[in-house]
Design a binder for this molecule. Sequence first.
Ligand code: PLP
Length: 410
Amino acid sequence: MALLNENYLKLPGSYLFAEIAKRVTQFKAENPEANIIRLGIGDVTKPLTPTVIESLHKAVDEMANAETFRGYGPEQGYNFLIKKIIETDYIPRGITLDEDEVFVSDGSKSDVGNIQEIFGVHNKVAITDPVYPVYLDTNVMAGRTGTISNGVFENVTYLPCNAENKFIPELPKEKVDLIYLCVPNNPTGTTLSRSELKKWVDYAKANNSIILFDAAYEAYIQDPELPHSIYEIEGAKDVAIEFRSFSKTAGFTGTRCAFTVVPKTVMGLTSKGEPHPLNKLWNRRQTTKFNGVPYIIQKGAEAVYSPEGQAEIKGIVSYYMDNARIIKEGLDSIGLETFGGVNAPYIWLKTPKGMDSWSFFDKLLREVHIVGTPGTGFGPAGEGYFRLTAFGNKEATIEAVERIKTKLKL
Ligand code: PLP
C-alpha cells in the first residue's frame, strides 16, 4: 500500500486563483458586454527584448550543428552566464562571489520551494505575512508545520506586516531558524532599508538562523539608497541565501531562468553542533535532482547582461513602473490608502471602510469591471487589503484607473 505524504493534506486547496476565476466567469456570463481589465496578474505582458531574441535564435542554430551542439550542461549553470551575473549584479555593489556560489536554475519558484529540503524538519520557520505563498506551502509539505486553523498554521512564526508597522516586520520574540524575507515584497510592494536588513542579519548571526532572501523584484528598486542584495549588508554572507530571477526583470516568466546564491561561508549545523556549508548541500541537491537550464535559455539570459540588453530591460522596468505610478496616483487622488508601487510593481491598498478583501474584489468587478487580487490570498495579515499589479498594458492600466476614479462608489 502506498501511503501518502499526509502533510499535503494539511494544505487548503489552491483557493485563491480558482475562486477568482470562478467569480470572473460568473460575472462574464451575467454581463457579456463588460470589458474586464485584469490588474490581478503577477505575470508580465511585454515580450522578450530584441537582444535576447537574437541571442536565443543564434543558440538555436548552434544546436543544429554537431560542432556546436550542446547536450547536458553543468547542473549549476554555464560559466558564461555565471560570470556575467557576478560581474554585473554583484561586483558593482561591492560584493565578490566565487563562480561556484551561484546556481543557475529554471526559476525562483523552484529554488525558494526546494531550498527547505536541505534543512532539518524540526527547524522553526518565520515568514513575513502577507507574502508569496510558496515559502509557507513548501514548508507545510515538508512537515515543518502543524495544521491550519482560521487560515493560520501551527508552528510557524508569522511576522505581520501592515500599515500600522509600515510593513516592517518585527524581529521574532522566540528563536527561529529559517527566516524568509521577500524584498521588495510581493504583494505589498514595500521594501526594507539597509538598517532594517542589518537587524535581520544581526538576529540571524546571534541565533544561528539562516535568511532566505527572495529578491525577485530587485530590478524595480528606484531609490538609490536601498540595497538590491542582502550581501550589501555586512555579515550577510555568513547567514543568507539569495534568490534572483530573470522573470520579472527581463520577461522570462515563460522562458524560465533564475539563479540562487549560496555563499560557501553560510553554515548549517549538524545535530552535534558541527557547522557544515550549505553550498555543498545545495550543490548535492541540484546535481542529484536537476539537470540544468537549457543552453539556449542561458544564452538568452546572458544577452540580458550585454549593454543593449541592460538598456532594454531598464526600458521594460520603467514602463511597468510608470503603470505603478499611474495606479498609485489615481487611487491616492480619490482618497484610497495605497502602499508600495514606488520600488516595486505592486500596489497594495487598504480596502475602504473596513471592507474585507473579497467584498472589495466583488465591488471592483461589479462596479468597474476590474479584477485584482484579494489580500487574504497572501496570508492572514492580508485581510482588509488588496493587490493591483503594474504588469498590464499601459492603455488598459490608464483606462482601469480612470474607471476607478470616476465610477467606483466609495
Ligand atoms: N518570488 C516571488 C516573490 C515571486 O513573486 C515570484 C513570482 O511571482 C517568484 C519568486 C517566481 O519567480 P520565477 O518565475 O523565477 O519562478
